[in-house]
Design a protein around this ligand. Structure first.
Ligand SMILES: Cc1cc2nc3c(=O)[nH]c(=O)nc-3n(C[C@H](O)[C@H](O)[C@H](O)COP(=O)(O)OP(=O)(O)OC[C@H]3O[C@@H](n4cnc5c(N)ncnc54)[C@H](O)[C@@H]3O)c2cc1C
Ligand SMILES: *[C@@H]1O[C@H](CO)[C@@H](O)[C@H](O)[C@H]1NC(C)=O
Ligand SMILES: *[C@@H]1O[C@H](CO)[C@@H](O)[C@H](O)[C@H]1NC(C)=O
Ligand SMILES: *[C@@H]1O[C@H](CO)[C@@H](O)[C@H](O)[C@H]1NC(C)=O
Ligand SMILES: *[C@@H]1O[C@H](CO)[C@@H](O)[C@H](O)[C@H]1NC(C)=O
Ligand SMILES: CC(=O)N[C@H]1CO[C@H](CO)[C@@H](O)[C@@H]1O
Length: 614
């Protein structure tokens, strides 16, 4: 996907209609007030969902501060198939790199995060799921708050999701289960709009090999996630649906919602204490365009400050503010205001490995993707008529598998339960490797494998007091024997998959060494080619109120503080066994209710936090 010709063309294209963002402020001087009921740091996936819900009450004022730029008319962000060109190392990315990974032969690689309205929902590959019931029930169990259980959380789908007919109007029978979905929520979700040549073969394989059953609905909503099915994507008719095009667009004309972009939050300032808990209601920020730490601006929250800066940004801001491990902060000369050794620890991610096959010439999309004229024609067709391959998401099918019980015997099963997958397989009918560019010739078929239940734990740590210095990010990929084992088993599984009769007249060979019978060779292949599915979570983990481990309580308040919460994927104690944006949205939906309840606003229904888990 990273042919220079391909990428270069898209970024210079400029044909488009406008979307939502006339009301977004771009300069600190445009702010009319210095205090707001709530200040949300980060206009990302969770942050904008929360901002929308809080400003449903016209008596409440909300300011959202976002370091990134506007997403207005940004073609690579809007056009579904161009998702992989939004990052890495673009004006829409934080341009992070992971530190050398011990489990990956010391390699490092880019670690994209959206730096734009919508955050990573404007930069992701749009696959949308909720995870397994067991993922949520485990979160409820470890936090001792049944409010996080699936039984309570699933009601938020009704407000969150708006399932729409795919743009091409194809017959969707058996491709999703209509009764599971919502048709009245904020974010558009849809199925593919253009088939890829491999789709039929993938589905046929589910009929040929019992190991890979067909799953009619892989959203995770009250249906088993195991098996292979059709991707559901956060997509409006032919255009990406992000938290900006949905939650923000629906709220942007509300007088009590203010969104300021180009505003890089540098720290939270202490504002006294109450009941032995420190307050941090002053938020300091700078103009992100200057990349200078002065001049600073300050705004104050009347009720609360909410960090929604994501799994990298949130621990970074906490640490810059003196909330963190003394051993991290003291060497940098940062006074420790709230000592918490768990800030920036417990980072989790899904390792991703491309396994690439060669196929008959021009039966894949590679010859199109490496031809700048063909790509430009696709973009023009998308822009003019919302049709053609650029209108589709980058993949159509994916699957979720458990390890064979005999394989699992040697380990303690880290999955959330018996219906939760250990690994994922993803199908693309072209060269899809986030790191290694497509070769100049050849046609390819990629089956990506991802570890969904990693036992490795990593870290996010600031390296200096300068907020513009990227933090040291260590997702610790394949850092445990278990994770390496799952990846090896996943490779073996996709080899069985590709050996089904459905692929006999399609695949011609393999790239690299993953067809080897030697475990050592498979492990080496994994170490040399694994990167990330871009799913960092859990760097400010939630634990029970009584627990001194973890960073936030089940009501998302930061331990040791008051008036400060975290609402983004950094709070989930375990990475969900799925693509996690749906989790980020549901966490924000419940957070809005928790805030409304706490401040006695009108919250949607009868939920109260329920502390009843045995
Ligand atoms: C390339 C890529 C592909 C992905 N593909 C998928 C997929 O297909 N499906 C899926 O489910 N998930 C996918 N993900 C992951 C998913 O998008 C993220 O897990 C999710 O969006 C995270 O939401 P969040 O609210 O925690 O953080 P984000 O959405 O990242 O929001 C954080 C926001 O805070 C802002 N911010 C950070 N620091 C500061 C600061 N100091 N001051 C001001 N603002 C700040 C950021 O700019 C950003 O807007 C992908 C991610 C990437 C990067
Ligand atoms: C700020 O106040 C000025 C003058 O009253 C007004 O014109 C402007 O629209 C206000 N801006 C915002 C963002 O409310
Ligand atoms: C990321 O890299 C791009 C391309 O070099 C650049 O335009 C952008 O400003 C960088 N972003 C940050 C936050 O440094
Ligand atoms: C869609 O496909 C199903 C199953 O193949 C079939 O029963 C149904 O009649 C089709 N619907 C339409 C509108 O063609
Ligand atoms: C494959 O496509 C390329 C580029 O479009 C073309 O030059 C070549 O002739 C095609 N090969 C076959 C066998 O069709
Ligand atoms: C709390 C707050 O700022 N409320 C304002 C919301 O917007 C209305 C106008 O629509 C103002 O009158 C309120 O003061």
């Amino acid at each position: 996907m990273k042919s220079t010709a391909f990428q270069g063309k898209l970024l210079t294209s400029a044909l488009f209609v406008s979307c939502s963002l006339a009301l977004t402020l771009t300069n600190p001087s445009e702010l009319n007030a210095t205090s707001y009921d709530y200040i949300i740091v980060g206009a990302g996936t969770s942050g904008l969902a929360l901002a929308n819900r809080l400003t449903e009450d016209p008596a409440i004022s909300v300011l959202v501060l976002e370091a990134g730029i506007s997403d207005d008319n940004v073609v690579p962000v809007m056009a579904p198939f161009l998702g992989p060109t939004v990052t890495p190392n673009t004006p829409y990315d934080w341009n992070y790199t992971v530190i050398p990974q011990v489990g990956l032969d010391g390699r490092s690689f880019p670690y994209p995060r959206g730096r734009i309205l919508g955050g990573s929902s404007s930069a992701n590959y749009m696959i949308h799921q909720y995870g397994t019931n067991e993922n949520w029930d485990r979160m409820a169990k470890v936090t001792k708050d049944s409010g996080w259980s699936w039984n309570n959380m699933k009601k938020y789908i009704e407000r969150h999701e708006n399932f729409i007919e795919p743009l091409d109007g194809h017959n969707t029978t058996d491709q999703f289960i209509p009764s599971l979905h919502s048709y009245s929520g904020t974010l558009d979700i849809s199925l593919y709009v253009a088939t890829q040549d491999i789709d039929n073969r993938v589905i046929t394989t589910t009929q040929q090999l019992r190991e890979f059953p067909y799953n009619e609905d892989i959203s995770g909503i009250d249906n088993d996630l195991l098996g292979i099915g059709w991707a559901q994507s956060s997509m409006s008719k032919g255009v990406r649906a992000s938290s900006s095009t949905s939650y923000l667009a629906a709220a942007n004309s509300r007088p009590n919602l203010t969104v300021l972009i180009n505003a890089m939050v540098t720290k939270l300032l202490p504002t006294g204490a109450s009941g032995g808990l420190r307050s941090f209601r002053n938020v300091e920020f700078v103009d992100a365009r200057t990349a200078k730490v002065t001049p600073t601006f300050q705004v104050q929250a009347k009720k609360e400050v909410i960090l929604s800066a994501g799994s990298v940004g949130t621990p970074q801001i906490l640490q810059l503010s003196g909330i963190g491990a003394a051993e991290d902060l003291a060497p940098l000369g940062i006074p420790v205001l709230v000592e918490n050794p768990h800030v920036g620890r417990n980072l989790q991610d899904h390792p991703l490995l491309p396994n690439i096959f060669t196929v008959h010439e021009n039966t894949s999309m590679d010859h199109i993707l490496r031809d700048p004229i063909a790509v430009q024609a696709g973009i023009t067709e998308w822009a003019e008529s919302r049709s053609g391959f650029i209108t589709n998401n980058v993949i159509n099918n994916l699957g979720f598998q458990r390890l064979h019980p005999t394989v699992l015997e040697a380990f303690t099963d880290p999955s959330a339960g018996p219906h939760t997958p250990h690994f994922e397989i993803i199908f693309a009918n072209y060269w899809l490797d986030p790191v290694t560019p497509i070769p100049a010739t050849g046609s390819y078929f990629t089956i990506l494998t991802a570890v969904l239940t990693p036992t490795s734990r990593g870290t996010v740590k600031i390296r200096s007091t300068n907020p513009f210095d990227a933090p040291l990010i260590n997702p610790n990929m394949l850092g445990t024997a278990f994770d390496a084992h799952v990846m090896r088993e996943a490779i073996k599984a996709i080899k069985r998959f590709a050996s089904a009769p459905a692929w006999d007249d399609y695949i011609t060979g393999v790239v690299g060494k993953f067809w080897s019978h030697s475990d050592a060779t498979l492990d080496a292949h994994a170490r040399q080619h694994t990167t990330t599915v871009f799913h960092p979570t859990s760097s400010a983990s939630m634990t029970s109120h009584a627990s001194t481990e973890g960073v936030v309580n089940p009501d998302l308040t930061v331990k040791g503080t008051e008036g400060l919460r975290i609402v983004d994927l950094s709070v989930v104690p375990f990475i969900p066994s799925c693509h996690p944006q749906g989790t980020a949205y549901l966490v924000a939906e419940r957070a809005a209710d928790l805030l409304k309840l706490h401040h006695r606003m009108n919250y949607i229904d009868d939920l109260a936090p329920q502390f009843v888990i045995a």
